[in-house]
Design a protein. Structure first.
Length: 562
């Protein structure tokens, strides 16, 4: 069938009478479904007093429009389901003879859907304008207010407006139509906008059916698991406290505080998998392998990926277990940051953020980017912070006061442009403080060398999840150790190619990072030398500082001496 033309682009131009303009802008196939504006005008002219027949006629016209809206919305939803169904391209190609390209057929069908939604939006706009015009004529004819005398009919409240159609249906459909034309943009974006379009159709369905109450801000619908008939309505407000969220996100990046739901402890992470045993370093099952053992089965850099045995499929990057309701939200994050602030300055008033003496070393509790949570010490609960501390600003660039050196890169922690990663070197129950590391350097080094270990112990699955959460939270690039392990588990030709490409990019990025850190370190040393305060050597970039270099610098514990 031919594509429906787009109507309604010239609505209300010039000084033409609305009745003529309405007749011109009508979609020809829907002429009988519009409000009969001329009939309503005749009813007004034939009555001298306030006629109740006008209210009855208006209600019948509103019911007619509401019934057509329900039918058209159901038809659009069915069309969307057909386009979103698996294998939709091959089915449409069979229906259109002489067409070989699947994407061309999909492009034409998405364009038809966009035109149909635009016609539906213009239909709603014309009928809404017709109702306003005829009620205005009633008020002028009888010197009374129709809404005060008869009220707004219930059918008018169940209409879907043109703005709702634009937000719920038209915008997602246009995005899908654009993404189908450009196949190189990826399937994830198309799947996202198709889901948004389906949710918009559900919202329109519930609005017309009278089962959706909208608030003052835009809402979004979420589907729950189950059959199509069992989908329940779950509305989420996506525009509440936007300014507060931006401030919280900026403060979280500055303080390097991990998300409360991103990294579970060792017991909960292991317990999420059925049949898993709680072994050291995050082993998932008795017959499964740790990430370091799986990585050892692969050859070194620049060589193809080896296939894993069948028993080595236990690694699953599952989502962290959700927190209880009392442990989520803004108040919980604010209290946690205030407690860290109170512990840092316990016993006196808050100290100003000034450079500390050479012997100063920040307590381990102030470094908040955690690695393996299984090695966290069981400290007594701190006292409740005062309102002044809870409402005060968070610490910014706290690592600028730390005199540690990253043992992996040899780069000073206080010169890092991003928060360091807190890695627990020893196992659970150890009293040793956590080590501050250059997080991106650790990730790039592991991907380049394919050795999932640090400080002589293998990286556990909890460590990998914590590192990935840290990289995502601080926006430090697309490199994820969990993604690499997932590709290793898939063991397909595409996964091998993607894994090799990921490791190649990691090698290049690591060399660039070494060069950047070397240049920054030389520039910083020259700056201190110009003011007459020379610095001792920091060690060699790109690897663990040797004991000889640290001994010559007088830094047995890896700290800088001015």
């Amino acid at each position: 069938c031919s594509d429906p033309p787009i109507v309604g682009h010239g609505i209300w131009k010039g000084k033409m009478k609305f009745a003529k303009q309405l007749q011109q802008e009508m979609y020809p196939e829907w002429n009988d479904s519009y409000i009969d504006y001329k009939k309503m005008k005749k009813v007004l002219k034939l009555q001298d007093n306030v006629p109740p027949i006008f209210s009855q006629t208006l209600e019948s016209q509103l019911m007619k429009v509401h019934t057509f809206m329900r039918q058209e919305q159901a038809s659009i939803s069915e069309f969307i389901c057909l386009l979103a169904a698996p294998g939709m391209g091959k089915a449409f190609v069979k229906e259109v003879p002489g067409v070989d390209s699947c994407m061309d057929v999909l492009d034409s069908y998405w364009a038809r859907l966009v035109q149909r939604i635009e016609n539906f939006r213009n239909y709603a706009a014309l009928n809404q304008m017709a109702v306003r015009k005829i009620i205005k004529k009633f008020d002028k004819r009888f010197h009374a207010r129709f809404r005060e005398m008869f009220g707004v009919p219930d059918e008018a409240k169940l209409w879907v407006s043109k703005d709702d159609i634009s937000v719920w249906l038209l915008s997602p459909a246009q995005r899908c139509s654009e993404l189908v034309k450009h196949t190189g943009l990826g399937k994830r974006q198309l799947a996202f906008w198709v889901e948004e379009l389906q949710m918009g159709a559900e919202l329109a369905k519930h609005r017309i059916g009278g089962t959706l109450e909208l608030g003052p801000t835009p809402l979004r619908l979420e589907r729950r698991e189950g059959a199509v008939e069992e989908h329940s309505l779950c509305v989420r407000n996506t525009f509440i406290a936007c300014v507060e969220r931006r401030h919280l996100a900026a403060a979280q990046r500055a303080s390097s505080q991990p998300l409360q739901h991103s990294v579970p402890d060792a017991e909960s992470a292991v317990g999420c998998d059925a049949g898993a045993n709680s072994n050291d370093h995050g082993k998932l099952s008795a017959e499964g392998l740790s990430p370091a053992q799986k990585a050892s089965r692969m050859s070194k850099c620049r060589q193809p990926v080896q296939s894993l045995p069948q028993g080595a499929s236990a690694y699953q990057a599952k989502a962290a277990c959700p927190l209880p309701a009392e442990c989520s939200g803004t108040a919980f994050r604010t209290r946690g940051r205030a407690r860290a602030f109170a512990r840092l300055h316990a016993g006196g008033p808050p100290e100003p953020l000034v450079p500390q003496p050479p012997g100063f070393r920040r307590p381990a509790s102030s470094a908040v980017s955690t690695g393996s949570l299984s090695s966290r010490r069981s400290d007594p609960a701190p006292p409740s912070p005062s309102p002044e501390l809870a409402s005060g600003p968070p610490l910014s660039r706290w690592w600028a006061e730390v005199d540690d050196v990253c043992p992996l890169s040899g780069f000073p922690v206080q010169l890092l442009p991003y928060p360091p990663f807190k890695f627990h070197v020893h196992s659970k129950g150890s009293s040793e403080a956590a080590q501050l590391l250059d997080g991106p350097f650790l990730v790039l080094k592991v991907l380049s060398t394919w050795r999932f270990e640090a400080f002589g112990r293998p990286l556990s699955t909890v460590d990998i999840r914590a590192i990935d959460a840290y990289m995502k939270r601080c926006k430090l690039g697309p490199f994820r150790l969990g993604r690499a392990m997932t590709l290793l588990e898939q063991d397909t030709l595409e996964s091998r190619r993607e894994l090799e490409a990921l490791r190649t990019r990691a090698c290049r990025k690591l060399e660039c990072l070494k060069h950047i850190q070397r240049v920054r370190l030389n520039r910083w040393e020259r700056r201190w030398a110009s003011i007459g305060t020379p610095l001792q050597p920091w060690g060699q970039l790109g690897g663990m500082p040797s004991e000889g270099v640290l001994a010559e610098a007088g830094l047995p514990d890896g700290r800088c001496r001015r």
